[in-house]
Design a protein around this ligand. Structure first.
Ligand code: ATP
Length: 366
């Protein structure tokens, strides 16, 4: 009987629970035993109670549960070979040789590295006498399948990551709340949203709420005149009779000289315009809460596809990342997706902003 482990890793995202539920139930449906790894890679490294077989009923009500119930963590030990050796040991003694990881590019990079090292890790476990050749015989290869869970929507080669639409919904709701009070007092608000080096949340929230101005890292404004441009746009909107000013700033916003653009700086510009201006940093409310229907469906379809991918894979198949392109669930070589994701950061560092936007490879930027 095939034994599959499922884990969540890196930053939590709404929809991770529905993804875990789908993997568990699809796994059981296809006749596998499914194990949950608790606390991200820490669960693999430490084993014991952090690696447990789960049944159909254990994931009951996961669809409407925010965060990730099986926990997530950043695990230093897994970055070292010694930690991955322990992880391999814990998997083999539980008879597991397939792992579905739901996380960001870091987690998926770690997973792929683990897979490529697996034969040598197994060899070391035998040569040091911790496991016998007979014990390891059925576990010559490790199967890895990646699901992308991240509110940032920062992974290339997929249009959307699990959690992004839930965070966007939350931001939109919050900006609407802020808009009501802003218009009452005729105030300006600078709203800082998450997304790290990816402006998707800021851009989409800006469109959804009709913001006056949006700052995202992939389309940086001119270092020389962004302040004047901001003033011009906001005053023009005020002149049309708008009673509020809303500026959305991605946390990774920069100008075209790569200097960070902070919410404080933006506020100071609006104050110079004579606007009574406040800053709202939305913070972790964007990550918490339950997944919107879109993410529940995405996580469910992708979780099922992940189990199918596990069952179809041969030792020579590159580890797949389950993505979605033009509304179709697709498999994409994980290593290539991670490489392209990292290339975005490099393009931004080289001031190749158009290239960065293209490398995001999401139909939302078309
Ligand atoms: P998020 O997008 O939310 O940051 P992430 O998966 O990119 O998610 P990371 O903190 O980069 O988050 O990675 C999570 C964990 O994955 C790390 O704590 C570590 O255990 C493991 N990991 C990340 N990168 C590697 C790597 N290059 N080699 C081995 N393990 C890694």
């Amino acid at each position: 009987k095939k034994k599959i482990a499922v884990m969540t890793s890196g930053g939590d995202a709404p929809g991770m629970n529905p993804a875990v539920r789908a993997v568990v139930r699809a796994g059981i449906y296809y006749g596998c035993d499914v194990f949950a790894v608790y606390e991200g890679y820490e669960g693999l490294v430490k084993g014991g109670d952090l690696l447990k077989k789960v049944e159909w009923a254990d994931v009951r009500s996961y669809l409407s549960l925010g965060g990730t119930h099986i926990g997530t963590a950043r695990c230093k030990e897994f970055r070292e070979r010694s930690g991955r050796l322990e992880a391999a040991y814990n998997m083999v003694i539980n008879g597991i040789d397939a792992l579905v990881v739901c996380g960001g590019d870091g987690s998926l990079t770690g997973a792929d590295l683990f897979r490529s090292e697996w034969p040598s890790l197994i060899e070391e476990l035998v040569s040091t006498g911790r496991l016998s050749s007979k014990q390891v015989a059925p576990y010559k290869h490790l199967t890895i399948v990646g699901l992308v869970g991240s509110i940032d929507n920062d992974m290339s080669c997929t249009d959307v990551t699990i959690g992004a639409f839930s965070a966007l919904e939350r931001i939109t709701e919050m900006v609407d709340y802020i808009g009501a009070t802003a218009a009452s007092h005729s105030r300006a608000f600078v709203v800082e949203v998450m997304g790290r080096h990816c402006g998707w949340l800021a851009l989409m929230a800006g469109l959804a709420t009709g913001a006056d101005f949006i700052f995202i890292p992939e389309r940086p404004p001119s270092a020389q005149n962004w302040k004047q441009e901001l003033k011009d746009v906001c005053s023009r909107h005020r002149a049309y009779g708008r009673r509020k000013t809303t500026v959305i700033v991605a946390e990774g916003a920069i100008d075209d000289e790569l200097n960070p653009i902070t919410s404080e700086e933006v506020k100071n510009v609006l104050v110079e315009l004579g606007l009574d201006t406040r800053i709202t940093i939305l913070g972790h409310v964007q990550r918490g809460g339950t997944a919107v229907a879109f993410d529940r469906r995405l996580a469910t379809m992708q979780g099922v596809e992940a189990v199918r991918a596990v069952l179809e894979m041969t030792p020579n198949t590159p580890s797949p990342m389950i993505g979605v392109l033009k509304n179709k669930i697709v498999k994409y070589p994980l290593v290539d997706a991670v490489k392209q994701t990292k290339a975005v950061a490099t393009a931004i560092d080289n001031k190749e902003f158009d290239k960065a936007m293209g490398l995001r490879d999401t139909s939302f930027y078309d």
